[in-house]
Design a protein around this ligand. Structure first.
Ligand SMILES: [Zn+2]
Length: 382
C-alpha cells in the first residue's frame, strides 16, 4: 500500500495513503451537512464545518492510536514495527517479523481493539456530560470507535479478530502455519458472507452502503488469500538454502576502477545489476549497484572510483551458503536493490539478488499445485 510519509515516532514511520484525504473530507462533509444539523439544529454552517473538520481529524487520529496500540505492544514483544499506514479501510501496522509465541500474537492483536474501546467509551462518556455540538461530535466519535472495535474483532484474517483466532488455534495445536491457514480460510468465508450481505443490501436498501460492504468483503478476501499464500510459500521457502538460490561466483570489480572505466569494461559483457568490489589484495570491500552508479553526474564519472561509491561490506548482509532463504528474506526483504553476499570460509562464493528471490518464489508457487487449488477455489473451513 503506497502512502506519503508524514512523520516518525519511536522508529515507526507514519504514512498516509491518498484515499485518506478524500475519506476525511467526506466524513467532515457528512457530519457538517447531515449529522450535526439533524441532531443539533440552528447553528451556523461555519460552526458545523469547523466541528465537522475537527471531529473527522480526531477520528483519523483514533485510527492511528489503534495502530499505535498494536505497535507499542509489538515493540514490547520484541517484534519490529516498520510503518503505520492509514488508507481507505482504516490503518495497517506493518510488522517486520512474526510474533514468536501465540501469547505475543494475541497481545499484539488485542491491543488495537482495546485502544478503540477506550476511545469509544471515553467519547460516549464525555459526550454524555456535554451539551450542543461537542456532545454530538463526541458521541459520534465514541460510537464510531466502538463500531470500529466490533468490526475489527470479526474473526476474519487479517482483521484483529482473525489474528486472535489464529493465536488461539496456534496455542491449541502448537502449529503456527496450520493456524494461519485456518484463520485465512475463515477470513475467505467471512469475506464472502460480507460480499453477499453487500449484494442484498444493494438490492433492498441503499446502493452506496451495499457497495461499501462488498468492497470490505472483497478486501478481506484478497488479504486472507495473500496471508494463505504467504503461509504456504513461506513453509516451502523455510527448507531452501542460500546455496540453492544464489548466483554462484559473481563477477567482481576492482575498487580502483573509475566509473567510466567500469562502464567501458562492462558495457557489452555486463550481465549483472550489482558487483562486489575488491581491493588490491582481492578482498571484498563492498558492493556497487548500477542504480548507485546512475545517480553519479556524468562529469564525475571519470573521477570517482567504484571503491568510493560502493556500499561498504559492513553495511551489506552476508551469509553462509547453508543459511536458509527465509533468513535472507527477513534480513534483506525481497524488494528494493538490496542484496546479500555469500561467503564460505572467508571467500566470496555467491550473491543473492532480488531477482533470484523473485524467481525462486515464482517457482515455489508453481510447485504447490494443491495449495494453488485451495487458493483458486472458494474453500470453506471444515
Ligand atoms: Zn487493529
Amino acid at each position: 500500500m503506497e502512502g506519503m510519509s508524514v512523520g516518525r515516532a519511536r522508529g515507526i514511520e507514519l504514512r498516509l495513503n491518498w484515499s485518506v484525504f478524500i475519506i476525511a473530507v467526506l466524513v467532515a462533509w457528512s457530519l457538517a451537512d447531515t449529522v450535526f444539523p439533524e441532531y443539533e439544529a440552528g447553528r451556523s454552517a461555519e460552526a458545523y464545518w469547523i466541528v465537522g473538520a475537527v471531529t473527522s481529524a480526531a477520528f483519523f487520529a483514533s485510527l492511528v492510536a489503534h495502530e499505535l496500540g498494536h505497535s507499542i505492544v509489538a515493540l514490547r514483544e520484541g517484534v519490529e514495527v516498520k510503518s503505520i499506514t492509514l488508507w481507505l479501510f482504516g490503518g495497517v501496522a506493518q510488522l517486520g517479523s512474526e510474533p514468536e509465541t501465540p501469547g505475543a500474537s494475541f497481545r499484539i492483536a488485542i491491543a488495537g481493539p482495546a485502544v478503540s474501546a477506550a476511545c469509544g467509551v471515553g467519547g460516549v462518556i464525555a459526550g454524555a456530560m456535554l451539551d450542543g455540538l461537542p456532545r454530538i461530535a463526541l458521541l459520534w466519535f465514541g460510537v464510531m470507535n466502538l463500531f470500529l472495535m466490533l468490526f475489527n474483532l470479526l474473526p476474519a484474517f487479517p482483521l484483529d479478530g482473525g489474528r486472535i483466532y489464529q493465536a488461539w488455534q496456534w496455542q491449541r495445536t502448537g502449529d503456527a502455519r496450520m493456524a494461519t491457514e485456518k484463520a485465512a480460510l475463515l477470513g475467505l468465508a467471512i469475506g464472502a458472507v460480507l460480499v453477499g450481505l453487500g449484494v442484498l443490501q444493494m438490492l433492498f436498501s441503499g446502493l452506496v452502503a451495499g457497495i461499501w460492504l462488498m468492497l470490505i468483503g472483497w478486501f478481506i478476501r484478497e488479504a486472507a488469500r495473500a496471508e494463505l499464500r504467504q503461509a504456504t510459500v513461506g513453509e516451502r521457502l523455510s527448507k531452501i538454502t542460500v546455496s540453492q538460490v544464489m548466483t554462484s561466483n559473481p563477477t567482481t570489480v576492482s575498487a580502483h576502477l573509475s566509473v567510466s572505466e567500469f562502464i567501458e569494461a562492462e558495457f557489452f559483457g555486463g550481465r549483472h545489476a550489482a558487483y562486489p568490489v575488491t581491493d588490491a589484495s582481492g578482498e571484498v570491500t563492498g558492493l556497487v549497484t548500477l542504480r548507485r552508479l546512475r545517480s553519479i553526474p556524468a562529469d564525475h564519472a571519470g573521477l570517482q572510483t567504484l571503491g568510493e561509491l560502493a556500499t561498504p561490506i559492513a553495511d551489506i548482509v552476508t551469509l553462509e551458503p547453508s543459511a536458509l532463504v527465509a533468513e535472507v528474506l527477513e534480513r534483506v526483504g525481497n524488494i528494493g536493490d538490496n542484496r546479500a553476499l555469500v561467503f564460505e570460509k572467508g571467500d566470496l562464493v555467491g550473491i543473492v539478488s532480488p531477482s533470484d528471490l523473485a524467481r525462486l518464489i515464482a517457482y515455489v508457487e508453481l510447485a504447490v499445485p494443491i495449495d494453488r487449488a485451495v487458493l483458486d477455489d472458494q474453500v470453506l473451513p471444515g
